[in-house]
Design a protein around this ligand. Structure first.
Ligand SMILES: [Mg+2]
Length: 261
């Protein structure tokens, strides 16, 4: 894993940042800093302004675990593609799957609310969030989050055996097993947009589905150095996102200047 700001990283950006490049981002921990209450997550002005500029220069996609209704008011710019629930919502043409996923999710939600109170590992800090097409079980506020997180996995597997259990940061997602993930969503967006290349930045386990894609036209960047990640590039901290966006904007503006001038 190398810094995207290294000489090698710059050369990689030289290769893939071209006219019409799709610039795709996760939201929490990538564009917005992680906060202890997921509901408090806000896009910093410095990043919002740059994203607004970027959307004027090239197609932008946001791929988030949040529901579309949840993410929309948090954005101060309009991306060309807004994909929610790790790819379950927002892919043009894939609406037909939505009602199937919604029913499945409603069933898991009621099962968990019935069985959780009687479970020996229950903790008042566990919070179930029904994201319509997937379920998020948060445990950041449990008395011993690490212990609760470990115990939750077998409990959830038993309570919702037909769900794909995806661990995240102090949360576990229950996702329909045949549902698209961020990697599938990104591949689909590349087909739809016909973009010549793509840059992706993310920070979570669900972003690994993108990081694992073997596409020569993809540069994927992990926010914070993480040797366990399949992403070949990283930025050191969330604050470096500003530097990365400035670099992308400069490159894309120079194409525009060359074209018109
Ligand atoms: Mg994230």
């Amino acid at each position: 894993m190398n810094s995207i700001f290294s000489q090698k990283g710059k050369e990689q950006l030289d290769k893939i940042i071209k006219k019409g490049v799709l610039c795709a981002f996760d939201f929490d921990g990538t564009l917005a800093p992680i906060v202890s209450q997921p509901d408090d997550a806000r896009l910093p002005d410095a990043i919002g302004k740059r994203m607004a500029t970027l959307t004027q220069l090239t197609p932008v996609a946001i791929l988030t675990g949040r529901a579309i209704d949840d993410i929309t008011p948090r954005l101060t710019f309009t991306p060309a593609y807004l994909i929610g629930n790790h790819g379950l919502e927002g892919i043009p043409g894939w609406e037909k799957y939505s009602s199937m996923y919604r029913d499945l999710c409603a069933r898991w939600d009621s099962t968990l609310r019935e069985t959780l109170p009687g479970w020996s590992g229950n903790d008042s800090g566990i919070d179930i969030e029904n994201k319509t097409y997937s379920l998020a079980v948060h445990y950041r506020h449990a008395a011993d989050p690490d212990k609760t997180g470990k115990a939750l996995l077998p409990f959830l597997k038993k309570a919702a055996p037909d769900a794909l259990i995806v661990p995240g940061k102090y949360m576990v997602s229950l996702v329909p097993p045949d549902a698209p993930n961020k990697g599938i969503a990104l591949n689909e967006l590349m087909t739809i947009s016909q973009a010549p290349s793509v840059l992706y930045a993310g920070d979570d386990i669900t972003d690994e589905d993108v990081f694992k894609l073997k596409r020569k036209d993809l540069v994927s960047i992990h926010v914070e150095k993480s040797p366990a990640s399949a992403a070949p590039w990283y930025i050191e901290t969330h604050e470096d996102m500003i530097k990365l966006l400035d670099d992308l904007i400069n490159r894309l503006q120079s194409f525009k200047a060359t074209r018109t001038g």
